[in-house]
Design a binder for this molecule. Sequence first.
Ligand code: COI
Length: 360
Amino acid sequence: MAPSVPHSSSVPLLTSEANEKYANVNWEELGFSLIPTDYMYMSKCKQGESFSEGEIVPYGDIPISPCAGILNYGQGLFEGLKAYRTEDGRITLFRPDQNAFRMQTGADRLCMTSPSSDQFVQAVKKTVLANKKWVPPPGKGSLYIRPLLIGTGAVLGIASAPEYTFLMYVSPVGNYHTASSGLNLIVDHTYRRAHTGGTGGVKSCTNYSPVVKPLFEAKSSGFSDILFLDAATGRNIEEVSTCNIFITKGNIVSTPPTSGTILPGITRKSISELARDIGYQVQERDVSVEELLEAEEVFCTGTAMVVKAVETVTFHDKKIKYRTGEEALSTKLHLMLTNIQMGIVEDKKSWMVEINGCDE
Ligand code: COI
């Protein structure tokens, strides 16, 4: 019979002594791949009921019905946020309420019950605290938190699952793209990421696996990532495979609007605010490929990606090079954001949420 709590994953854990400050991880070599930690969070709820307080359980595989909504019909959402260790020993989260809200919006679209904002934020705090020693030392990376809301009840005909699981695991991470240079994007001509009325504007699991093939093809041709165009006209830029995109020209910073086909990124929103703070005019509007090709600077934003400059964009036989490096706005915005996240400058916007009980 399946155990009631998740059993250990087949991947060996890297933990050692129970009361050590840090787990046994090579912090100098963090990338963006899973390092399993000690604990995860789980909570279940039946359709029509509400989530109650979940529990912290050992990290590991979960038993799931072969007929689960997530396995059969992709009824699932994920989130991504990060915890940081500051120089003065605090552990903080970046805007977790925003992820809670986005999960609620997605749950509504996919007909699932979602945890309340308070339940979401409390669950994040508990999960991070349980895995405190996996939060990298200051400046070495962050603890990536991956909340999932999935239909785990059995459902054969197409319908919402009768049970949902709210689950959360974590992994220490470094940079998403390891190259120190900017991204080399290719504009996609074949695939479309999202359609009006679809799920592009929520963080549905089903938005991401279709991106793998175009991304693989782009990488096989030597590009670092792929830029998708809008499905309706094929004339406007939308999203890179896992992040939002901005262009700059003069004092104007433009990014495609979140009108249903683009994920409302939390880093996107924060970077727009920071750019406005330093005098840029930020426009959320359709951005044509022609404007992209004429931009001075292009950059991407996302939780995993943070802020990453785009060095080149390839569109058919044109390859455009953009400003990057010290002079680039993206460099400045990256520094402004990460200084807030890492507690290096005062958080005047109250974006950071401190996790209590972290004193050494
Ligand atoms: C994130 O930036 O957190 C994302 O959701 C992208 C993910 C596919 C790594």
